[in-house]
Design a binder for this molecule. Structure first.
Ligand SMILES: [Zn+2]
Length: 323
């Protein structure tokens, strides 16, 4: 017998053959585009080193949604920068809070898009922590009812999906209860289940003015060393009523995406965060890599690992390139 009999290159010999053989593919339906709205802002401003991504005033929301929609994107994730911060994070659940206003407008403009919103307190508290800071720590059980309140207020404004990112124990249960008690049984929860303590959030964090004033988030975010702990987080979020679970960041965490997809039936979302986006764009601008190709590769690999939903600042860029 002549070697090799099995020639795997046969199936790669032309573009049409390669397309036919493609085992996984990213489509526009997989993508969620994050939008950052800032209270009191006029127009749009860059977000640190995130080339091509801007924080916007609420009046620009219609254009932003229209552009995403024209590109075939059908889901957005809203988060906000308020003018007012205080100890209790009250602007996070104010009826006229920045994200509540944005959700209501988005709902009005686009009934054909899934409107999601981040649920946390860090942008809204003076301390910049994801929960209420008391006696030298972030008080878990003082924070969860407030997260419930934030979720209910966003539901009132018309959101489809709330996405808690505070990493408080019991936050999903508190939010589910708050939603159900306020008549929002059909608002889904996409829990940011495994939000890791990561160096990759800094571009967004600086733009959103939500870096903690002191101490870091080690007491509540998951360390990148602990895959079993991540599975325990997934298990407990599903028990508490999460409809969708999330692994965050994306690129260096794909083993966890794979494992969560294998072990659980809930849809798995991935957040391809600001630092990941900034790294690709910085390398592109230096001429080290082709940013467009790298973006498609990253999204394709996230999909291959098993992600059902990809939240990414590259959504519009990818939508322009996808077949
Ligand atoms: Zn937070």
């Amino acid at each position: 017998m002549q070697f090799p009999v099995r020639r795997l290159r046969r199936l790669r010999k032309s573009e049409s053959m390669r397309r036919l053989m493609s085992e996984t593919r990213v489509t526009r339906d997989d993508l969620v585009y994050p939008i950052l709205v800032q209270e009191g802002l006029d127009g749009r401003r860059p977000v640190g080193p995130m080339d091509g991504f801007y924080r916007i005033s609420v009046d620009l929301l219609e254009d932003e949604l229209g552009e995403a929609h024209d590109l075939g994107i059908r889901a957005v994730m809203l988060s906000g920068i308020p003018e007012h911060k205080d100890e209790a994070g009250t602007s996070a659940y104010a009826k006229d809070g920045i994200v509540q206003q944005a959700v209501a407008k988005a709902r009005r403009y686009r009934s054909d898009m899934a409107i999601m919103a981040d649920v946390c307190l860090c942008q809204y508290t003076a301390m910049g922590h994801c929960g209420i800071y008391k006696n030298g720590t972030v008080d878990n059980d003082l924070s969860t009812p407030l997260l419930g309140k934030v979720a209910a207020s966003l539901a009132e404004a018309g959101v489809d999906v709330v996405s808690p990112s505070a990493m408080m124990d019991g936050q999903v249960a508190a939010i589910r209860a708050a939603l159900d008690q306020s008549g929002h049984q059909n608002v889904a929860i996409m829990a940011q289940t495994a939000k890791h303590m990561s160096a990759l959030y800094s571009p967004f964090r600086e733009a959103a003015h939500c870096a903690p004033l002191f101490k870091d988030r080690n007491e509540y975010q998951v360390p990148y060393t602990n895959p079993r702990e991540v599975m325990a987080e997934v298990e407990s979020d599903i028990e508490e009523g999460a409809d969708i679970v999330m692994i965050k960041p994306a690129m260096m965490y794909l083993d966890l995406v794979y494992e969560a997809r294998r072990r659980f039936t809930a849809p798995v979302a991935v957040y391809n965060v600001s630092g990941e986006y900034a790294m690709v764009h910085a390398a592109h601008s230096k001429g080290y890599i082709d940013g467009a190709e790298a973006t498609l590769e990253i999204l394709g690999c996230i999909k291959r690992a098993g992600a059902d939903i990809i939240i990414t600042y590259s959504a519009k860029e990818a939508a322009r390139m996808l077949p």
